[in-house]
Design a protein around this ligand. Sequence first.
Ligand SMILES: Nc1ncnc2c1ncn2[C@@H]1O[C@H](COP(=O)(O)OP(=O)(O)OP(=O)(O)O)[C@@H](O)[C@H]1O
Length: 525
Amino acid sequence: MSESVSPAQPRPAGYPHGVPPLLALEGVSKYFPGVVANENVSLAFYPGEIHALLGENGAGKSTLMNIVTGLYRPDRGELVLDGYGVSFDGPDAAIAAGIGMVHQHFKLVPRFTIAENLALGRRDMRGILSRRKLVAFARREAEKYGFAFDVEARVETLSAPEQQRVEIVRVLGRGARLLILDEPTAVLGPSEVSELYAALRRFRADGGAVILISHKLEEIMALADRVTVLRRGRVVATHLAGSLSPQALVAEMIGHAPVEALPAPEPLAVDPDRETISLRDVTMRDESGRLRVHPVSCDIFRGEIFGIGGVTGNGQVALAEMLAGLRHPDTGRILVAGQDMTGRPVAAFVEMGIGYVPQDRLRQALAPALGATENAALRVFRTPPVGGRFLWNEDAATRYARLLIDEAGIALADPSRPVRGLSGGNQQRLVLARESRIASRFLVACYPGRGLDLGAMETMRSALVALRNTGRGVVLVSEDLDELLALSDRIAVMSGGQVKAILGRGEATREDIGALMSGHGSGSR
Ligand SMILES: Nc1ncnc2c1ncn2[C@@H]1O[C@H](COP(=O)(O)OP(=O)(O)OP(=O)(O)O)[C@@H](O)[C@H]1O
């Protein structure tokens, strides 16, 4: 038996003494070649608490969760479950112990129905089942956790918030007592956020424990009972939430007082002769034939930040992918600086100076198994000095990568190591630096703030403003209304694949935009 929690870590308020934590980490360390990912971490998670983990990119949060969910073994230290030492020899052992993780990229099978996904991996649902039984089981599961689904819908037809709910029900249905969520509100609109909070509070009231990884301080303040701050792999402190100001938490996280907030960009002088990306009645259908983008026409100017807002899954990404040449419209035309680019390959868009930061950096923008050098050069390997007509110049590529890595402010021991080992924030920095160099005319960025800590977020936002101030156009797809309002010269609001309105700076309030996002309200174009 063991219950050693360091005195620096207060128990949750009102928690009875003598009851062991559901899970405790004792002196846990994990090292990668040349990197201390976690060092001597001691932490306890109690039944009936929501415990937030806060830390800059690379602070070691994901590594710690990989240990807790049985993906990695600690190099030193111990896990203690219900007061007894345990060692997980893989993810299944952690699941059997009641530890479940809701990942940022959901682990659902897209072609299966909700019911099939919920039954997957369940011991009590093995063997051949009738459709009726499967449906009845899935409905029971959804109701048990307070959600209503059409359980026969295929997961690939669901929006991101719906998929998240299915994932939560799936993880809880497999008996999770400790639920880990990694940036869960990243894919949610405002009303869905309150629904998620309510579900987590219900789980807590029933004695469940939640680990919440989040960079959003308001979210932590609203939801968490305790907060642990990690810095460079070590625990800085654990606090009762509410006993500290957000500023003090930030200072603890970064090790010094936070920097000044971003100044608002200068107002935009719209010059009608300025180069544009122009969409002319573009439409797009997805693989199942559903109209994802209704006829959209608009001109996006160089020298502006053009925000695209909406609840995730309302056509924003499809529109962004068309602007960057990754997808072709089914009908309509795309013009860049007056040239018809409809149907041209991605490389032609790169040559026209259009950079693209996709939503899913690791899978869409990077080759995970390759090093930072190759990844830095990935989109310019045909362009001198890195590539010529016949040759790939290794030395030039390394120099170019070094330059980008310095520009991105990433501390890297060895740029030839696979980028999958970089923290999410560093992957994002690398992609943003690479694409900003390509973007001599326009940068299209989808959810560039996702996964970034506060410091990195400010750096990213300043970088977008700097691009705009040097005459480049920036298309910013974001679900963060405050970010859109702070940065955008104009905001297009999408709902159901339609652009509901294009609003100039100061033309609309948060509430107006929120109403347009949910398909209500009207605005000027
Ligand atoms: N598989 C790996 N191989 C090598 N280094 C790794 C690996 N996984 C993580 N690291 C390194 O360990 C450190 C901690 O990374 P980790 O991903 O745990 O941080 P994080 O707090 O989750 O960051 P983020 O908020 O950016 O996701 C980083 O320096 C990272 O580069």
